[in-house]
Design a protein around this ligand. Structure first.
Ligand SMILES: [Zn+2]
Ligand SMILES: [Zn+2]
Length: 660
C-alpha cells in the first residue's frame, strides 16, 4: 500500500495515494483538458505532490482554450512535416482566437496547400494521438533536433530570452527550466511525431474534433527580426465545439462585411492614398460631412459641460516634451525630430504640454478651478507600419482632447463628471453597452512610471471609486497605466459584440510638477493643481472607423452624409420632387435628387446600396395629392404622405438622433 498525501482540490482538502495524477482526479470529466497545480498549468498526466493545490481547467476557460489551440498548432506542424518532410519548424504559440506555427519551407503555402493540410490534420486528430511529456538534457535535445536548426537556436537561448522573444511567443517552446519534448503516440503506442515544447497540451488529439480551421498564411521573420530568415506563418483557429467554430467564422464574416475600410470606399467617405504614406487618411466630401457633424456636436457638448475651447500648434521645440516627461519615456512613439534654426522640433504626439503653457500663461486662482481646456488637437504618432489599420490605428489623428486643472479635493467630482460626460456622448452616438478598465502601475517595474507610491495610491483610489460608483462592470488592467498616472478607459461593445477602447481618463500628478503649475488657494498660499487628461473618443478618426463598423455604414439620419434621396418614378416628376427636396434643404436637411438616366428599379437599388436613411419617391398619384412616398432602409414603404408631414418626419428623426 502506497503512502497517502494531502492535497487541496479546488479548495477542498483531499487524501490521495502517492502517484495520483491530475487525470485520476479530473479525468472522468472530458471537458477538463489540463490542470492548474499551485498556479501553474500542467498536463493531466502530471503526478501531484503532497501539499499541492490542484484545480481542473476546462476546455472552455481562457487557459483551457489556449492549451487546446496550442495543441492544434502541434497537429498542424505534424501535418506540414508529413506533407513536406523538409519543412523546418519555427514556433507555434496560441494567439487570440487561434494559433499559428512558423515553417521554413521552399515556397509559400497556396490556398490549396492549406486546404489539403486541413485534411491531413483531420486524419491525425481522428487517430486519437496522445501527447506525452519527456524531459531531455540540453545535449540530448541538440542531438535529437539536429535537423531542426530553429529549435536548436531556441535551446541555446534557454533562460536568456529577450522580452521581444517572449512577446513573439518563443517562450512557448523553452522556459528557464528543464527542456521537454512532447511525443505524439498513436493508439498502438507507435510514435507519430514530436516537438520541443514546454507544454502543457490536451491529453488526446480527438478533443479537437472537427472544430478547427486553417485560416491563412503570411510571411514572418524568424524571431521577428528582418535580418533573419523569412518563414511562412500558418494561422489557424480551434474551438471546443463545431458550433463555437461556426459562430466564430460567422462573426468574422460579419466583421469583414462591416470593415470600415471597405464600407468607407463603397460609400465614398475616406481613403488612404499610398502617396501620403501608411496610416494617413483623407476624408472625401461625404466623410467630411460625417466628421463635421461629429465635431460640431462634440464641440457644442464640451462647451455646454464647461470646457473652454483652445488652439495649439502641431509642432514644438523638443524642450517642451522634456519638461512634460514625454521625452524620453514616449520617444519611440513620436516621429523623429526635424532640425532647423539650431533647434530640434517634434511633431506633437499629445496636446497636454501645450495646454499646460496656456494654464501657466498667467496667475491662476482657486476660483477658476476646475479649469477645463479642450481642443481638437491633431497629433502624430509613429505606429509601426505592421500595426497601422484603417482609421482605427493611424499615424495622424485628431483628438477631442481636454485637460481639467483642479484642486486635489475636486478630483473625485471631476472624474465622475468626465465619466458621465463620455458615457452620455456615446449614447448619443448609439453605443450603450460599456465596461470600464482601470489601468494601474506595474509594481514590479516601478522604473517605468514616475511619481511617489503615495501619489499613485491616492490617484488609483480616486479613479476606482468613480468607476465603482458608475455601477458599470470594472476590469482591472495592472501595469497598463501611462507613465505619469493611472487611467480609466471606457470600452464599448458594438452591434456585433466586439469591444473598442474609446475614452481614457487619466489622473496626472507629474506634469503639473514638471511645469511648476500653481494656483493661489483661498488662504493665499500657492498650490499645485492636479490635471486630468481625457480624450472622449480617443480620436475622431478612430471613432468614425468604429461607428462605420457599428452601423455597417447605415448611419442614423443626423450623421448620414445624405439624409434624403429623391427618386422620381419617371422624369416627368423631377421638378415636383425637386420642389419638395428644396423645401427640406431650406430647413438644413442634406438632400440629393437622382435625375440620372438610370431606370427606376436601378435607382432604387443604387439608393439602398448608398444606405441613405430616407428615400422619397414621387409619381403621378403623389403629385396629384401633393404628397410623397417614403421608402426606408429595411425596404418597407409608406405611400401618399403629405409633403408637410414628410418634412416633419425627417426633421424629427434628425433632431432626436433616432436610428431608422
Ligand atoms: Zn506544445
Ligand atoms: Zn493629455
Amino acid at each position: 500500500m502506497s503512502a497517502q498525501m494531502t492535497i487541496h482540490v479546488a479548495g477542498d482538502e483531499r487524501s490521495v495515494a502517492e502517484g495520483t495524477t491530475a487525470a485520476d482526479l479530473f479525468g472522468a470529466d472530458r471537458a477538463v483538458v489540463v490542470a492548474r497545480v499551485n498556479g501553474v498549468l500542467v498536463d493531466l498526466a502530471h503526478a501531484v505532490a503532497d501539499g499541492d493545490r490542484v484545480e481542473p481547467v476546462r476546455i472552455d476557460e481562457p487557459d483551457g482554450l489556449m492549451v487546446l489551440r496550442h495543441s492544434c498548432a502541434h497537429v498542424l506542424a505534424q501535418a506540414v512535416q508529413q506533407v513536406n518532410p523538409d519543412a523546418k519548424l519555427g514556433i507555434g504559440p496560441p494567439i487570440r482566437d487561434g494559433f499559428y506555427y512558423d515553417f521554413d519551407v521552399e515556397k509559400p503555402f497556396t490556398p490549396e496547400d492549406l486546404k489539403s493540410l486541413e485534411k491531413v490534420m483531420q486524419r491525425i486528430i481522428n487517430e486519437g494521438q496522445t501527447f506525452h511529456r519527456r524531459e531531455v538534457s540540453d545535449a540530448d535535445a541538440l542531438v535529437e533536433l539536429k535537423d531542426e536548426p530553429y529549435k536548436c537556436e531556441l535551446v541555446g537561448l534557454k533562460g536568456g530570452m529577450s522580452h521581444d522573444d517572449e512577446d513573439a511567443g518563443a517562450s512557448v517552446e523553452v522556459g528557464a527550466g528543464t527542456l521537454t519534448i512532447y511525443d505524439n503516440l498513436r493508439k498502438d503506442g507507435s510514435r507519430a511525431w514530436g516537438d520541443l515544447c514546454r507544454g502543457p497540451h490536451i491529453p488526446d488529439t480527438k478533443l479537437l474534433g472537427n472544430a478547427f480551421k486553417v485560416m491563412r498564411s503570411a510571411a514572418a521573420y524568424w524571431r521577428g527580426d528582418q535580418a533573419n530568415n523569412q518563414l511562412q506563418r500558418v494561422y489557424g483557429t480551434a474551438w471546443p465545439t463545431k458550433a463555437d467554430l461556426t459562430a466564430y467564422l460567422d462573426r468574422l464574416a460579419e466583421a469583414e462585411k462591416r470593415d470600415h475600410r471597405k464600407v468607407g470606399a463603397e460609400l465614398d467617405l475616406f481613403s488612404f492614398p499610398d502617396e501620403l504614406g501608411s496610416g494617413l487618411a483623407v476624408f472625401h466630401p461625404k466623410g467630411g460631412v460625417l466628421k463635421r457633424e461629429m465635431e460640431d456636436y462634440v464641440r457644442r457638448r464640451h462647451i455646454e459641460e464647461g470646457f473652454e475651447y483652445v488652439g495649439t500648434p502641431h509642432i514644438s521645440k523638443e524642450g517642451l516634451f522634456h519638461t512634460s516627461g514625454h521625452l524620453p519615456y514616449y520617444k519611440d512613439t513620436m516621429f523623429p525630430p526635424m532640425e532647423f534654426e539650431g533647434a530640434d522640433y517634434y511633431l506633437k504626439a499629445m496636446n497636454c504640454p501645450m495646454h499646460n503653457l496656456i494654464f501657466r500663461s498667467r496667475g491662476r486662482s482657486y476660483r477658476e478651478l476646475p479649469l477645463r481646456l479642450f481642443e481638437f488637437g491633431s497629433v502624430y504618432r509613429f505606429e509601426k507600419s505592421g500595426v497601422v489599420h484603417g482609421l482605427t490605428r493611424v499615424r495622424g489623428m485628431t483628438q477631442d482632447d481636454s485637460h481639467s486643472y483642479i484642486t486635489p479635493e475636486q478630483a473625485p467630482a471631476e472624474i465622475k463628471h468626465l465619466l458621465n460626460f463620455c458615457l452620455g456622448l456615446f449614447r448619443d452616438f448609439g453605443l450603450d453597452d460599456f465596461y470600464l478598465e482601470l489601468s494601474t502601475r506595474d509594481d514590479k517595474h516601478k522604473d517605468k512610471f514616475v511619481g511617489s507610491d503615495e501619489d499613485w495610491q491616492i490617484a488609483t483610489k480616486v479613479l476606482e471609486d468613480a468607476c465603482v460608483e458608475s455601477g458599470l462592470e470594472l476590469v482591472p488592467d495592472p501595469g497598463g497605466a501611462a507613465f505619469y498616472g493611472p487611467k480609466v478607459s471606457v470600452q464599448a461593445r458594438d452591434a456585433i459584440g466586439r469591444t473598442w477602447q474609446l475614452s481614457t481618463i487619466q489622473y496626472d500628478f507629474n506634469q503639473p510638477k514638471g511645469f511648476q503649475l500653481e494656483y493661489t488657494a483661498a488662504d493665499g498660499s500657492r498650490q499645485q493643481p492636479v490635471m486630468i487628461h481625457s480624450a472622449k473618443f480617443g480620436s475622431i478618426e478612430r471613432f468614425i472607423g468604429v461607428l462605420t463598423e457599428h452601423y455597417a455604414g447605415a448611419f442614423p439620419p443626423w450623421l448620414s452624409p445624405v439624409q434624403v434621396l429623391g427618386i422620381p418614378v419617371a422624369d416627368d416628376f423631377n421638378d415636383y420632387l425637386w420642389d419638395v427636396l428644396a423645401q427640406m434643404k431650406s430647413q438644413g436637411i442634406r438632400v440629393e435628387l437622382d435625375d440620372s438616366d438610370d431606370r427606376f428599379p436601378k435607382k432604387i437599388r443604387n439608393a439602398s446600396k448608398s444606405k441613405v436613411p430616407f428615400i422619397l419617391i414621387a409619381g403621378a398619384e403623389d403629385m396629384a395629392a401633393g404628397a410623397v412616398s417614403f421608402r426606408y432602409r429595411d425596404g418597407s414603404q409608406k405611400n401618399g404622405v403629405p409633403v408637410a408631414e414628410a418634412i416633419e418626419e425627417v426633421i424629427a428623426a434628425i433632431r432626436d438622433k433616432r436610428q431608422v
